[in-house]
Structures are given as structure tokens and as C-alpha cells.
Design a binder for this molecule. Structure first.
Ligand SMILES: *[C@@H]1O[C@H](CO)[C@@H](O)[C@H](O)[C@H]1NC(C)=O
Length: 419
């Protein structure tokens, strides 16, 4: 009789281990922690797909609900992270800038007579997930405000499926223009020469696009002095860069998931996904993708050989005729800042990049860094050999990674010395 439960227990253990285990490169530290995070993430995605298939809810909304439940649990564990109010002496207010909801963090010191630094933060989440109030975004912005005596404005731009491109970009741009207006800078006692725009992942995409627009807008008297791009998404023409291929099975941003985020952002049909994975949407057949545009995403030229490795470029001759037409915004620089010309890049501010070796978006960041440098912009790249996409957000127990903490520390230190 005792044998049966033992067998069942063993089978269950094996089944769970099989579900959780994924092969990971040796350079990734704390692999089991990443596997657990990945298993949680996959389960959330599967349940959301199931609920959507059963007709209960949009799958993005189910994912949001799960993450809210998780956040609530974490807040229950850590009571110091109350909503709004004051923590670390930082004053937090949820207000609107030009109609766009923002969370503003004001440091305890300064105000009377001496000016503080300013930073606009745009969170990541594939233009579909995440919030200023959630997870570590709130914590890191508070730390930054307190430690660097900086007024931080975190933008609650609208997300998919409620909206798609260009609405998230336009929300961030409107908030940025309002932030940089003389009235707001005076109200918060911010030094107009020391204002950064920063973002991670899809937020890095929006930060780069907004930085380009503000830098080239002659009506703006105050501009950003620094751009901080944390593993940014920057182009949608080539989903076969060495980093997309090398890291397609590395959690948590799998290659098809990133392509899916792009299709959703463009408001395009998600069934085009296999075409995009095959680079069929950017085949040579599409004459509107000029050689000049192709050169701006040409990793065979833009990447150092250390990252090119032995990968071969995938340039499709014919591809699928309709695919590009069915993806509106594909060549819009407001969606793909890497496609902007050198004359635009040259006007953008000093840049800090955080890139991770084990990230499908690694080469998007490295190519943009190279192109900015070629245009005369001063660039710093902090490349984490043991980093994976999203690590910047995992700095508190139980989703706590040493590389995440080092990444956040590197970000704060760079801003301390360069903003
Ligand atoms: C990509 O386009 C080619 C034609 O050039 C076609 O044969 C192939 O099936 C397409 N791939 C996908 C995944 O649709």
C-alpha cells in the first residue's frame, strides 16, 4: 500500500522537474532561480491562453491579473512598500502631465534655491504589460530619487490591447514635452541642463524614440541631456540577428514572444508571426525598404565580431508579398528608432546602454550604440556577460538575482556621475 503514494510522489517530482528544467548556458548564474521564474512565467502565459481560448478574457488582461495578485502578495510580505505616500523620504504623487497619468517622485532635499536633477522613466513590458506602480519600477524610481536627489517622473502610458502604435509613443511624448516645459521645471526646481529620459525594453524603445523627437524639435527650448536605454527594443526588420538566434530559448523573453509583442504593438494580425520569424516581411522584394534603411540594421557591419560569431545573415529574396503591407508602422522611426538617419542620431543626447549577453534584444542595443557613436554621440555600454532580459527588474526576494542588483547599481552609479 505504501508503494503507490511513493510512486505517485516520485512521478510528480519527475514531472515538475521536467516542467521546470531548461538547459541554460554556463555563464548564467543562479540557473535554478531563473528556471523557477521561467516556470512561473510560462504557467501564467499558458493559463492566460487557456482562459482566452475558453472565451473568459483577453489573454493580456489575464496576465495582468496574475501579476497583480503576485504584487499584492509581495506587498503583504513587505509592508514598507506602501502605495503612494512617503518612503525613503521621497514624496510620491499620482497626477497627470498633459492628460497623461504620471507618478512623480520628489526627493527630500532641495527645492529652496538649489536645483535638482530630473529623470523621466518609461517602464517595459512589451507595450502591453507593466505599470509605474508595480514591482521594482516603483522601488528603483524611489531609490533613484532619494539617492541622486532627482525628481523622477514615471509615465503610465496606455497599453495594448486598449491601444496600439502610435498611442503609447504619443502619450510618452506629450508627458515629456510637459515635463520639459519651463513652468514644470520651475515648479519642481529642476536644473534644465540635467534631465534624463530612461526606459527598459519596450520602455527603452519609447525613450529612444522620444529622445529623437525632442532633440530635433526646434520649438523645445529645454531638451534631454542624457538618454538611458536598458536592453531596448529598437527594430522590427530583422528577427534573425545573432542575439535573436543565440538566445531564442533563454527565458523570459523568448524570440516568438518578442515578435508577438511587435505585431500587437503595430495592431497587425498575430497570425503573421511565422512570416516575421522567417524575415519574410523584410525580403528584398519590398522596394520601400531601401538599401539605405537596410544598412541601418545591418548587423554584419554594425556588430563587433565577438557578437557576430559564426551566424549568417538571413536576407530573403522573395518572402511573402503582403506581409510588409499588413504591418503598418514597420518603417516608422517612432516605432523603430534604429531606422533613423545619422543626422537625427547626431542630435540626440549622451547615451548609457545596459545590454545583456543572454537577451534576444542584445544586438538591437549594440547596433544603436554603434550608430550613435558613428554619429558623434558619447556612448557608455555596460554589458553584462551573465545578464538575461528582464534582470534589471528582479532585485527583490524571491525574484532576486545578483546580476539584477549589479545592473541597477551600475545604472544608479552612472547617473550619479553623468547626469
Ligand atoms: C517565406 O517566404 C517564402 C517565399 O519566399 C515561402 O516559401 C515560405 O513559406 C515563407 N515562410 C513562411 C514561414 O511563411
Amino acid at each position: 500500500m505504501r508503494l503507490l503514494p511513493a510512486t505517485v510522489t516520485l512521478s510528480l517530482t519527475v514531472a515538475i522537474a521536467y516542467y521546470v528544467y531548461i538547459p541554460l548556458p554556463d555563464s548564467i548564474q543562479e540557473p535554478w532561480r531563473l528556471m523557477m521564474l521561467d516556470a512561473g512565467f510560462r504557467t501564467t502565459m499558458h493559463l492566460a491562453s487557456l482562459k482566452a481560448w475558453l472565451g473568459f478574457d483577453h489573454y493580456i488582461k489575464s496576465i495582468r491579473q496574475s501579476s497583480e495578485g503576485f504584487d499584492g502578495m509581495m506587498q503583504g510580505l513587505d509592508r514598507s512598500e506602501s502605495e503612494g505616500g512617503v518612503m525613503l523620504g521621497v514624496k510620491v504623487s499620482d497626477i497627470t502631465f498633459a492628460g497623461v497619468p504620471v507618478r512623480v517622485y520628489e526627493p527630500p532635499a532641495g527645492g529652496e534655491g538649489h536645483l535638482r536633477r530630473g529623470l523621466m522613466y518609461i517602464h517595459g513590458g512589451g507595450w502591453a504589460l507593466g505599470s509605474t506602480k508595480k514591482g521594482s519600477y516603483d522601488l528603483i524610481n524611489r531609490m533613484l530619487s532619494d539617492e541622486l536627489n532627482t525628481v523622477v517622473v514615471s509615465v503610465e502610458y496606455r497599453l495594448y490591447p486598449e491601444v496600439h502604435f502610435p498611442v503609447p509613443y504619443l502619450d510618452c511624448l506629450a508627458a515629456a514635452k510637459h515635463f520639459l516645459s519651463p513652468e514644470i521645471l520651475a515648479r519642481y526646481a529642476i536644473d534644465p541642463e540635467r534631465i534624463a529620459v530612461a526606459g527598459d525594453s519596450a520602455g527603452g524603445n519609447l525613450a529612444a524614440a522620444v529622445a529623437q523627437e525632442i532633440s530635433t524639435d526646434d520649438t523645445m527650448s529645454v531638451k534631454f541631456s542624457v538618454q538611458v536605454l536598458i536592453y531596448p527594443v529598437l527594430q522590427a526588420l530583422d528577427f534573425n540577428t545573432p542575439s535573436y538566434l543565440q538566445n531564442q530559448n533563454i527565458p523570459i523573453l523568448y524570440r516568438p514572444l518578442m515578435v508577438r509583442f511587435w505585431l500587437q504593438y503595430f495592431g497587425a494580425d498575430v497570425s503573421l508571426l511565422p512570416q516575421l520569424l522567417a524575415n519574410n516581411h523584410s525580403s528584398l522584394h519590398h522596394s520601400n525598404i531601401t538599401p539605405e534603411l537596410r544598412a541601418r540594421v545591418d548587423w554584419t557591419v554594425l556588430l563587433p565580431s565577438k557578437h557576430k560569431k559564426n551566424y549568417k545573415p538571413l536576407v530573403v529574396e522573395k518572402g511573402s508579398q503582403g506581409a510588409a503591407k499588413e504591418v503598418p508602422g514597420l518603417l516608422d522611426v517612432r516605432a523603430s528608432p534604429l531606422l533613423a538617419g545619422p543626422e537625427v542620431l547626431a542630435k540626440t543626447p549622451r547615451a548609457y546602454f545596459l545590454t545583456c549577453e543572454h537577451d534576444v534584444l542584445r544586438d538591437d542595443g549594440l547596433m544603436y550604440a554603434r550608430r550613435l557613436q558613428d554619429s558623434g554621440v558619447t556612448v557608455t555600454i555596460d554589458h553584462y556577460e551573465d545578464g538575461f532580459h528582464g534582470c534589471f527588474s528582479f532585485i527583490t526576494w524571491p525574484l532576486e538575482f545578483d546580476v539584477g542588483k549589479r545592473a541597477v547599481r551600475g545604472y544608479l552609479d552612472w547617473l550619479q556621475n553623468n547626469l
